[in-house]
Design a protein around this ligand. Structure first.
Ligand code: DX5
Ligand code: ZN
Length: 212
């Protein structure tokens, strides 16, 4: 399992230190949650802070857009050369256009579905993305309770196997050492974990407990 700690739960007064800490502790990616206060009822960080994070991080960034205007935010963040930019199915009419726009910047596109969005909606777009992110909480905040999404992940795994076998599956929200094994067994490649990793003093121990 690859582990992407979400800096949403980091101490923002010591952000540089926190990013260094998780990279040294074995993070595979640094997950960056971008919220616009419209698609979700919370706001986070913009390109100045994300640029500083990208300079400090020794592993690639995984940028999760939770915004209404995906095109505008892709233009802000893609020049920072993250590994992934993911955007929400629910916030976009032109999924293929946004995926292509991200790819044209040399960044891997991914699509995100909320807990109540069916996997069947991804039937076409799955061919054009490198990752599907399945939300296991409603987006907007860290520290929420995990919503069981195992059936969706199994269904998604089947879809991916027939339409785009190289596409990765990521899960975000409420991930911890008690659900990560079942996530792995249902077909997940990458877990995002915010409060679980940053809530532990020993981040190396926290991250390694998720590497099942
Ligand atoms: C929620 C964010 C998550 C969040 C996860 O909208 O997308 O990345 O940071 O936090 P935890 O792991 O605490 O649920
Ligand atoms: Zn996220």
């Amino acid at each position: 399992m690859l582990v992407a700690p979400s800096i949403l739960s980091a101490d923002f007064a010591n952000l540089g230190q926190e990013v260094e800490d998780i990279c040294k502790a074995g993070a595979d990616l640094v997950h960056v949650d971008v919220m616009d206060g419209r698609f979700v009822p919370n706001m986070t960080i913009g390109p100045l802070v994300v640029e500083a994070v990208s300079k400090t991080a020794s592993v690639p960034l995984d940028i999760h857009l939770m915004v209404e205007d995906n095109s505008f935010f892709v233009d802000l963040f893609a020049p920072l050369r993250p590994k992934f930019i993911t955007f929400h199915y629910e916030s976009e009419d032109h999924h293929h256009r946004i995926a292509q726009k991200i790819r044209d910047y040399g960044v891997s596109p991914g699509i995100v579905i909320n807990p109540a969005t069916p996997v069947s909606f991804l039937g076409e777009i799955v061919k054009y993305v490198d990752m599907v992110l399945v939300m296991s909480v409603n987006p907007g905040f860290g520290g929420q309770r995990f919503i069981p999404v195992f059936d969706k992940i199994r269904e998604l795994k089947e879809l991916i196997e027939t339409k785009n076998p190289d596409c990765l599956i990521e899960v975000d929200g409420g991930v911890n050492d008690s659900n990560v094994k079942a996530l792995k067994e249902s077909g997940v490649d990458i877990v995002v974990a915010g409060s679980y990793v940053f809530g532990k003093k020993d981040r190396a121990e926290a991250i390694s407990s998720l590497k099942v």
